[in-house]
Write a protein that binds this ligand. Structure first.
Ligand code: UN1
Length: 513
């Protein structure tokens, strides 16, 4: 470790969060990890942030064993008491909001203001879950039999395996964990190998809170390692009752097959290919804001990022000219600086994928209007955001490129716009910018957007935690976060209770004995 590194701001960030930069990547009541050492490099400036030791398969077995054992006790704690723990976790996140956000920025490169937003989402879901801890309602139903009662209850499920991606390295864990904890589940987290330090920081905070309450800290366990070994151990082990996977479509296909094979439960949050329709009844300022933030926010690395804009031909030229102006002025640079709008991509491989996609688009007949260069800023992975003019039959439009690459296309009729919007295999998020009430209603109707999220006059990204988050088709169909997404984290039990003092079968069946 160089002196420069010891003096650097990220060491102070790590100190604030209570850990050193050389750390073990496994936790289940104690920290362990004796597998491969992994150097964590910041996309901000190419500097080493720390070294994490991955866990071995044998250590995984210990961790999962402890996490499962912790569940046997945790499931019996009354849900409102579990809510108190989540409340304290939310308070701990409030206290550490700045430090954790800085760590997120240093480790994966999103701007500090977006990282602060990410930690805010974590605080929000904790607040939501605290309320939920008193509202895990089951229904009672009128029985068809006399003096019988029919009811359902929701019971804790078991260990929830959370496999998360680099782009929301802290929030995805919290959406799953806050709900899982109040539902009486324990959590085993395998974060992206690109963001282990953020995962260690979050787990440290959870450990602190659980210890304060005298609960087994293995309730929030951690298993850092490669997807192909540690991830698959999670997918195949029947002790993991639910696997919540956020990642690519091919990754989801793999996870889905393994978990389904053993009839485990699944939440899949896979790719998006999100479009905004800009109608001829749109407020252009709203449209520009929605499209610009949707496309360059998190350097185009959200699953909700805007990838396609479908613009009415009547205002296409004006819209594109104004968007181009914004693209030219994009302030690209260190995500730690207040003025920066777009930070780096997560790593060099992401830069290559971005540039290859742009080449492909051009080969297929797309016209490059702006961007696509890689910038040599201080060892980081910086690029200029790309705008490409295309027709709606361009094959690349079917694919999600996880980068700031935005496709612009024209439409003539509203039906055509909806068909283009729905004409991709993914179905996460969508939006329309219009002041025409009928268009907005059609967009939200059964014949409108086929996505899990459909917004009017606001963009595709930045969903609030209060709604259920997730999408259809190749996006995987899972829902997490708000609304009744908690039900996926519990098992439903239906009971018939007979207090009639005699025996009566349902469906009017009579049996003489
Ligand atoms: C993701 O990119 O994995 O809606 C999730 C948003 C955020 C969540 C994104 N609240 O953009």
């Amino acid at each position: 470790m160089t002196n420069k590194l010891q003096d650097s701001p990220f060491i102070k960030v790590l100190d604030n969060l209570g850990f050193q930069p050389e750390v073990a990547g496994g936790f289940a009541g104690e920290w362990l990890g004796s597998g491969k050492e992994q150097r964590v490099v910041s996309p901000v400036d190419g500097e080493t942030l720390g070294t994490v030791t991955n866990i071995t398969p044998a250590e995984f077995d210990t961790i999962l064993g402890r996490c499962h054992k912790a569940w046997l006790g945790w499931r019996l704690v009354p849900a409102p008491k579990r809510g108190e723990v989540v409340k304290a976790l939310g308070d701990e996140l409030r206290k550490n909001k700045d430090a954790l956000a800085r760590l997120v920025t240093l480790e994966m490169g999103k701007t500090l203001r977006e990282s602060l937003g990410e930690v805010q989402e974590m605080i929000d879901i904790c607040d939501f879950a605290v309320g939920l801890s008193r509202q895990l309602y089951g229904l009672t139903m009128p029985s068809e039999r006399r003096q019988h009662r029919l009811q359902e209850q929701w019971h804790p499920l078991g260990v929830v395996g959370v496999i998360s991606a680099f782009n929301f390295p802290a929030a995805v864990w919290s959406w799953n964990t806050a709900l899982a904890l109040v539902c009486g589940d324990t959590v085993l987290w395998k974060p992206s190998s690109k963001t282990p330090l953020t995962a260690i920081a979050c787990t440290k905070l959870a450990e602190k809170v659980l210890r304060q309450f005298g609960f087994d800290p293995a309730i929030c366990s951690l298993a850092i390692g490669r997807g192909s070994d540690i991830g698959d151990l999670i997918n195949t082990d029947p002790r993991v009752a639910l696997v919540s996977y956020t990642g690519s479509v091919p990754g989801g296909r793999h996870v889905g097959r393994l978990v389904q094979e053993r009839f485990g439960k699944l939440i899949l949050e896979l790719g998006g290919n999100n479009a905004i329709i800009v109608s001829d009844h749109a407020d252009l300022d709203i449209a520009l804001q929605a499209v610009y933030f949707g496309a360059i926010g998190t350097s185009g690395q959200r699953c909700t990022s805007t990838r396609r804009v479908i613009v009415h031909e009547a205002l296409y030229e004006t819209f594109v000219a104004r968007l181009l102006e914004l693209y030219r002025r994009t302030r690209i640079g260190s995500p730690l600086e207040e003025a920066t709008l777009m930070g780096p991509l997560v790593d060099a491989a992401a830069v290559t994928t971005f540039q290859e996609a742009i080449q492909n688009v051009q080969h297929q007949g797309g016209k490059l209007l702006h961007g696509g260069e890689s910038l040599p800023n201080a060892g980081g992975c910086y690029v200029t955001p790309c705008l490409a003019e295309v027709t709606s039959d361009l094959p690349m439009l079917q694919e999600e490129t996880f980068a700031p690459l935005l496709y612009l296309m024209k439409y003539r009729t509203f039906a055509e716009a909806i068909a283009i919007q729905n004409g991709v295999p993914q179905g996460l998020s969508s939006a329309i910018i219009t002041h025409d009430l009928v268009e907005a209603e059609v967009f939200l109707s059964a014949a409108g957007s086929d996505c899990g999220i459909a917004n009017v006059n606001t963009g595709t990204s930045g969903a609030e935690i209060g709604g259920a988050f997730g999408g259809e088709k190749e996006t995987g169909g899972g829902r997490e976060s708000g609304s009744d997404a908690w039900k996926a984290y519990m098992r439903r039990q239906t009971s018939a209770l007979n207090f009639s003092g005699r025996s009566e079968l349902a469906q009017g069946i009579f049996l003489e004995i």
